[in-house]
Ligand binder design. Structure first.
Ligand SMILES: [Mg+2]
Length: 120
C-alpha cells in the first residue's frame, strides 16, 4: 500500500507544488491550517507529516505540540523559510526528525522523504 503523507501549509501554491512532486509515489493529503491537520491526523492513518512553520492562528510549532498528544509516533519534517532557524532548532529538540528549507527542489524533497521511510 502507498504511504500517506500529510502536507500542511497555509500557502496554496506550495501545497499544490508539493502534491505534484510527491503525488506519483505517495498518497498525498493536503491541509491549509494546523487545525485541519489535527482533524485529519485524528481521522486517517498518516505515515509522514510535512509541516510548515509559519502559519496564521496555529503555527507549525503549536501544531506539532498538539500532535505529540495523540500522534507522537508519526515522523514530522518541518518546512521553513529562511530566518526561522531558531524555530527549527527548537523543533528538532522537541523530536521533529528533519527540516527542509523552502523553496525546496523536487529532487531534494523526494530524497528526504524516501530517507525517512527507509529508516523505518
Ligand atoms: Mg506559511
Amino acid at each position: 500500500m502507498q504511504k500517506r503523507i500529510l502536507v500542511v501549509d497555509d500557502d496554496q501554491m506550495n501545497l499544490m507544488r508539493t502534491q505534484i512532486i510527491l503525488g506519483e509515489d505517495y498518497d498525498v493529503v493536503l491541509a491549509d491550517s494546523g487545525i485541519r491537520a489535527l482533524h485529519i491526523l485524528r481521522d486517517q492513518k498518516i505515515d509522514l507529516v510535512l509541516l510548515d512553520i509559519d502559519m496564521p492562528l496555529m503555527n507549525g510549532m503549536e501544531t506539532f505540540e498538539h500532535m505529540k498528544e495523540f500522534a507522537a509516533d508519526i515522523p514530522v519534517i518541518f518546512l521553513t523559510a529562511s530566518g526561522e532557524v531558531e524555530d527549527v532548532v527548537g523543533a528538532l529538540l522537541l523530536g521533529a526528525v528533519d527540516y527542509l528549507k523552502k523553496p525546496y527542489r523536487p529532487q531534494e524533497l523526494i530524497k528526504r522523504v524516501a530517507q525517512e521511510f527507509d529508516k523505518r
